[in-house]
Design a protein around this ligand. Structure first.
Ligand SMILES: [Zn+2]
Length: 241
């Protein structure tokens, strides 16, 4: 992980924590260069508990979500954080926004991109971000797409978060990452999100369940907690791993 650059695109404020927090913390802990882009705060679609407070406003929700997210990112060890504050539910990504994503990829030049998986049955924003990150990567990698000062990048590996309703979204794990060493950090980061308290137990249970799958698939009994992802392109190497 030491010489690895990881770029994370999270549609909303909490997504990177619920679905990839243990892996992100693990990469940082082991010396990777990790960059996080939070595209929206999820003010409209992913802040239901905050909207139950009487007299709540959009600015009030933004402030709360921003504070929660920054605290969670800092617990995971994230130093490079960009907040784009786009509207959510439904998010739109026009050519200007796509261009911003392309520039970000060329600026960071990641080995891996972590974002949303292609299918997410109840979340159109997640599916949009998945598609647009892929499009942005294709443009970033194309020599003919010329941007002054930002030469084209080489093919990244793209991994997708496990969606919330796994089976309903036709999701099957393609990569399982052991997060035993950073699970405590993930738990602490999840506890920052008072706007989505109901998810803390849900994603604790899932990390435990994927830990079981990690042991079963690998034979390594030290794996206690894990996160799973899609993998957009096949593994390529000189041997089976
Ligand atoms: Zn989300």
């Amino acid at each position: 992980m030491k010489n690895t650059t990881l770029l994370v695109f999270s549609a909303h404020a909490g997504d990177f924590v619920w679905r990839g927090g243990g892996t992100i913390a693990k990469y940082i802990k082991n010396g990777a260069d990790v960059h996080l882009v939070v595209m929206s705060y999820g003010i409209r679609g992913e802040s239901n508990d905050l909207w139950k407070i009487e007299g709540q406003t959009k600015d009030g929700v933004r402030e709360a979500r921003k504070a929660e997210m920054e605290k969670a990112a800092s617990i995971l060890g994230v130093k490079n954080l960009e907040q784009w504050d786009w509207d959510d539910y439904h998010m739109y990504i026009d050519d200007n926004r796509l261009d911003r994503m392309v520039r970000k990829i060329r600026e960071i030049r990641p080995d891996h991109i972590l974002t949303h998986a292609e299918g997410d049955a109840f979340n159109a924003d997640h599916e949009l971000v998945s598609r647009k990150v892929f499009e942005a990567s294709v443009l970033a990698n194309s020599a003919g797409v010329q941007i002054e000062g930002l030469p084209h990048t080489k093919q990244q590996r793209i991994f997708g978060f496990e969606p919330h309703q796994t089976e309903i979204s036709s999701f099957a794990p393609e990569v399982i990452i052991d997060i035993t060493e950073t699970y405590d950090l993930k738990r602490q980061a999840m506890e920052c999100f008072q706007a989505q308290k109901h998810l803390i137990q849900y994603y604790s249970d899932r990390a435990f369940m994927r830990g079981n799958h990690a042991r079963r698939c690998s034979g390594n009994q030290d794996y206690r907690y894990a996160e799973s992802f899609t993998r957009r392109f096949p593994y390529v190497g000189g041997e089976f791993v």
